[in-house]
Write a protein of this length. Structure first.
Lengths: 173, 238
């Protein structure tokens, strides 16, 4: 299976779109397919609505040029189901985040290893994170706030954001 | 012998390439003008109160407008290049293609193979994250997606067969003609004169486009398109 096929999301009929490329590119792809198949597209600033020749309707919502919600209806808009897109935007699952979090030892030690220490310092200062404690486990970095744990992975040349987990184990909405 | 569809696609490709080329040439020309003027002016400040002030300001404004136009033309060129690319490497099988059903059947056969592989020969990698290739969750999603694609393609074949049975038809009401043109695979609405703003927006929101070639508002044939056209016809009549 090619990389191109992997990244495409099947919505209905021939409407297979790569949703990771931003609003304009998604719209262009959709128009090319619609032109070939006779589908109908409506769009506004942050929303693209796709109508099939049948009863399928898909609504793609964008925020900051990223897809946040994909709703699909197979009965002309009476019922919508949300596609599993949001979960894909997280690098790791909430379950894995919890497992990572349990390995990180949080505290307020000032003598941290250079890489992790610099990263934590930079994150707290740059993004004004109200940190109450911080910690690391190998290349994992965590910052604890009053309600949440924020986690990153140190890649050596930068940080990869892993996700946020609430203190009660749930994911923030 | 080339079919009507292939001829049409070739004409479209030629036109899009011409338009893209024209936009690139024009943007290069304007860019060249801007650069040569920029070199001459070389950051000279505006001499306030001097007789050259007005001309200087106007020239700067013209340069800005040209620069904006350069970017607009580049976007336009990219737009037509994308359109041309879509003809060379189509992202979907066109309903206009007379071989659409055969092509869809070939795709279904390919997808059936994929489904068989996913069902019987998929190797689960226990180390893979839940969202990565190799995980059970990924397999489930892929299987769902492939099954859905097969179902949708079969449904499309049925639709195409049903559309083939729709007869060509012309209907006129209050001077407006609704034409179901099987040769072009379009539902066309011919108005005796330019329709009102309200009708035009209704046409656009129903998926109809103005075709300068056919001098008609048209949309690809589907049951829904015919229904929408009839609705417009009745509304305009009323």
């Amino acid at each position: 299976m090619s990389q191109q096929q992997e990244t495409k999301t099947h919505l209905f009929g021939e409407m297979d779109l790569n949703l990771d490329v931003g609003y304009q590119a998604v719209k262009d792809q959709a128009f090319h397919i619609a032109e070939a198949c006779g589908y109908f597209i409506k769009y506004s600033t942050n929303l693209i609505e796709l109508y099939s020749n049948d009863y399928d309707i898909v609504k793609i919502t964008f925020e900051n040029d990223k897809v946040t919600k994909v709703l699909r209806s197979e009965d002309n808009g009476s019922n919508y189901e949300e596609l599993e897109i949001k979960e894909k935007m997280f690098k790791v699952s909430p379950k894995t985040l919890l497992a990572y979090n349990s390995k990180i030892k949080y505290g307020n030690e000032k003598s941290l290893p250079m890489c992790q220490g610099m990263a934590i310092n930079k994150l707290v200062k740059e993004y004004s994170i109200p940190a109450i404690s911080y910690g690391y486990h190998f290349n994992l970095i965590g910052i604890e706030t009053h309600k949440q744990f924020l986690m990153w992975r140190d890649l050596g040349y930068g940080l990869e954001f892993l996700g946020i987990i609430n203190k009660d184990g749930s994911t923030p909405k | 012998m080339t079919s009507n569809y292939e001829e049409k696609q070739a004409r479209k490709l030629e036109r899009y390439n011409q338009l893209a080329e024209k936009a690139v040439l024009e943007s290069n020309r304007l860019d060249k003008i801007n650069r040569s003027i920029g070199d001459c002016m070389n950051g000279t400040p505006i001499l306030v109160g001097h007789h050259s002030e007005g001309r200087h300001r106007r020239e700067l404004e013209r340069m800005q407008n040209r620069a904006r136009k350069v970017f607009e033309l580049r976007d336009k060129a990219e737009h037509y290049e994308n359109k041309a690319d879509n003809i060379v490497n189509p992202k979907a099988i066109s309903s206009d293609d007379p071989e659409a059903i055969q092509k869809l059947n070939a795709e279904i056969a390919e997808l059936e193979k994929q489904r068989h592989e996913l069902k019987n020969n998929y190797v689960i990698n226990k180390k893979a994250e839940w969202f990565e290739e190799g995980s059970e969750h990924y397999r489930k999603l892929e299987l769902e997606s492939v099954t859905r694609k097969i179902r949708d393609k079969k449904k499309r074949i049925e639709q195409l067969r049903a559309l083939n049975k729709i007869p060509s038809e012309d209907k006129t009401l209050n001077g407006i003609t609704l034409s179901i043109d099987k040769t072009d695979n379009r539902v066309k609405l011919f108005f005796p004169s330019i329709p009102s703003e309200e009708t035009r927006s209704k046409l656009k929101s129903s998926g109809f486009h103005w075709s300068p070639t056919n001098q008609a508002w048209q949309r690809m044939i589907s049951n829904y398109a015919i229904y929408e056209a009839e609705q417009i016809l009745n509304e305009v009549k009323a």
